[in-house]
Design a protein around this ligand. Structure first.
Ligand code: ATP
Ligand code: MTE
Length: 198
C-alpha cells in the first residue's frame, strides 16, 4: 500500500446561507472551497462539509463540533456582511480562544482589488483549541480571491492571499504540517520552521 509523504489533515468547510441551505439556489460555496483546497494542498484531506442557515447559535454549534471532531482548519463562507441576518463573525467570535485580526485585515485588502464593497465584509479569524477558523465572504468567487490573492500576468503576487500564512499558523497550534502547491499559493514559513523534504 502506498503511503502519502504528506500529513493527513481534516478540514471543516461551512457554507452559511439562508437561501442555499433551503434550496432556493444551489450551494456553490462548499464545492468552491473543496476545489480550491484540493488544488492548493499536497496533503491528503478529509473534508467535513456543512451547509447551514444564517443562525448564530447554529453556526457556533457547528464550529464547536468541527473543532471537536479534529479539524485543524475550518473555513466558513457567507454571512459576513451588514445585512440583518449576517451573523457569522459574531458566531465565530463567540467560540474563540484567541482572535487573529490579521486575516480579516488582509482579506479586506485583497478584496478591495476586486470590488469596492470589500469593506462591507466583517470577516474574522480565530483560534479555538488546536483549530484555526477563518470566515470568507459568501460570493463563491471570493473564496479563491481571498485565499489565493491577486497575481500579475507573469504569475507574481500583486497582493498575497491569506492562505500563505495558514500552514505556519497551523504549525504553531500543533496541527499537521501543511504543504502547498507553489503555483497555486506559496506558503511562507520562517526558515527554522521548514521541515526538510522526505
Ligand atoms: N452559498 C452560496 N452559493 C451560491 N451563491 C451564493 C452563495 N452565497 C452567496 N451567493 C451569491 O452571492 C450573492 C450575495 O451573497 P448574499 O450574502 O446576499 O447571499 P446569501 O448569504 O446566500 O443570502 P441569504 O443568506 O440571505 O439567502 C447571492 O445573491 C448569491 O448570488
Ligand atoms: N473578494 C471578494 N470579497 C468580497 C466580495 C466579492 O465579491 N469578492 N463581495 C463583498 C460584498 S458585496 C459583501 S456584502 C461582503 C459580505 O458578503 P457575505 O455577507 O456574503 O459574507 O463581502 C464583500 N467581499
Amino acid at each position: 500500500m502506498s503511503e502519502s509523504l504528506f500529513d493527513p489533515i481534516k478540514i471543516g468547510i461551512v457554507s452559511i446561507s439562508d437561501r442555499a441551505s433551503t434550496g432556493v439556489y444551489e450551494d456553490k460555496g462548499l464545492p468552491a472551497l473543496q476545489e480550491w483546497l484540493t488544488k492548493a494542498l499536497h496533503n491528503p484531506i478529509t473534508f467535513e462539509p456543512r451547509l447551514i442557515p444564517d443562525e448564530k447559535e447554529r453556526i457556533s454549534a457547528t464550529l464547536i463540533e468541527l473543532v471537536h471532531v479534529g479539524c485543524s482548519l475550518v473555513l466558513t463562507t457567507g454571512g459576513t456582511g451588514p445585512a440583518l441576518r449576517d451573523v457569522t463573525p459574531e458566531a465565530t467570535l463567540a467560540v474563540a480562544d484567541k482572535e487573529m485580526p490579521g486575516f480579516g485585515e488582509q482579506m479586506r485588502q485583497i478584496s478591495l482589488k476586486f470590488v469596492p464593497t470589500a469593506i462591507l465584509s466583517r470577516q474574522v479569524a480565530v483560534i479555538r483549541g488546536q483549530s484555526l477558523i477563518i470566515n470568507l465572504p459568501g460570493q463563491p468567487k471570493s473564496i479563491a480571491e481571498t485565499l489565493e490573492g491577486l497575481k500579475d500576468a507573469e504569475g507574481k503576487a500583486v497582493v498575497h492571499g491569506i492562505f500563505a500564512a495558514v500552514p505556519y499558523c497551523v504549525d504553531l497550534i500543533g496541527g499537521p504540517y501543511m504543504e502547498t502547491r507553489d503555483e497555486v499559493c506559496k506558503a511562507f514559513r520562517p526558515k527554522t520552521a521548514i521541515r526538510p523534504a522526505r
